[in-house]
Design a protein around this ligand. Sequence first.
Ligand code: IMP
Length: 428
Amino acid sequence: MANVTVIGAQWGDEGKGKLVDWLSNRADVVVRFQGGHNAGHTLVVGDQVYKLSLLPSGVVQGKLSVIGNGVVVDPWHLLEEIAKLGGQGVAVTPELLILADNACLILPLHKDLDQAREKAAIKKIGTTGRGIGPAYEDKVGRRAIRVADLADREALIAKIDRLLAHHGPLRRGLGLPEADGAALLAELEVIAPKVLPFAKPAWLHLNELVRAGRRVLFEGAQGALLDVDHGTYPYVTSSNTVAGQAAAGSGLGAKATGYILGIVKAYTTRVGEGPFPTELFDEIGQRIGEVGKEFGTVTGRARRCGWFDAALVRQSVALNGIAGIALTKLDVLDGFATLKICTGYRLGDQEFSYLPAGLKAQEQLVPVYEELEGWSDSTQGARSWRDLPANAVKYVRRIEELIGAPVALLSTSPQRDDTIMMRDPFAD
Ligand code: IMP
């Protein structure tokens, strides 16, 4: 039995939360390895809706859950999310949740910087405004405060000094008030005793679990096209979102990633700014958005919608090493007379089968489409392949051919049980 790594294969919001929740009863431990509370994972279990941003989706099923070193952690948000879940009857205790002691913290000054930059920018990135980018900047700049520092007052004082020496000029340049180091220290000392019980060497626990034959489910956040290296830079998030990061962001060796399951929406969406070749600006895009309830879990922003882009997902299959996909939200396409799939792009007289790296080129690409007949029957809630209309099956099969990866799972509604399994990712 392999481990499974679940990643978003488009621009995020593919429905990873539901699939991770569904798969987590086959796993022993669920691990987040990048991003922060910019993610929005919605889980629908019966009449309960759980909205998670930072906690691994496994907590809802009572699975051991790990926030790995690759995640940037807003400790105030973490405590809020734990309290909110507690209110819904899910007790997140240190027995259930491990927080990597070497993960870096998101502080209020990161959020200030993120929001002030977006406000001042002529060309905005469209971030979630939660401080993710500035926190990762401080991590690679070697001045971040890490979870373990919360247990060491002296280290904390020295690190705050170093951090403010960097942030002072930035804040002044953006017209923000001076950051108050003493107040920050006091705030961190208030939350430290609440956060520290979760703090452990996650890498060590994970390695022991793997050695004991336990199955790990890695839960990616965002999507491959938001990856800081491989995405539509600079309109990306600040972490590596591709599957390879699962190892580095958790402290397990590269082999641990196991079966890589790409979550793919049956059409395309994107929140925030940046290139989106198949974006629809007409009533079709509007209809997809309304039927698909395409509003951000974190920010409530309306998502941009467009046709399925097979060239983009084919690229994602390569970048992640995707073995199979989980196709979600097929039912949103019910009732369309015809559907379009993008198979590649044109730029002047050049043809591309992939997204070229240059931003200008990405913005000017003209999609090449093929048309397929739609279906009028509902696919919502289908629990077997046989329940699907013939044209829906054709649509799915054509996607498989074009992206070069098979459909392992098909999700036909937000409900946990409305999932058709073609092959068990843990069995591969
Ligand atoms: P940041 O991650 O807040 O820095 O935002 C950078 C870009 O990533 C923006 O376009 C966001 O809309 C996008 N983004 C961040 N997290 C998510 C997510 O969970 N789903 C979809 N887009 C996201």
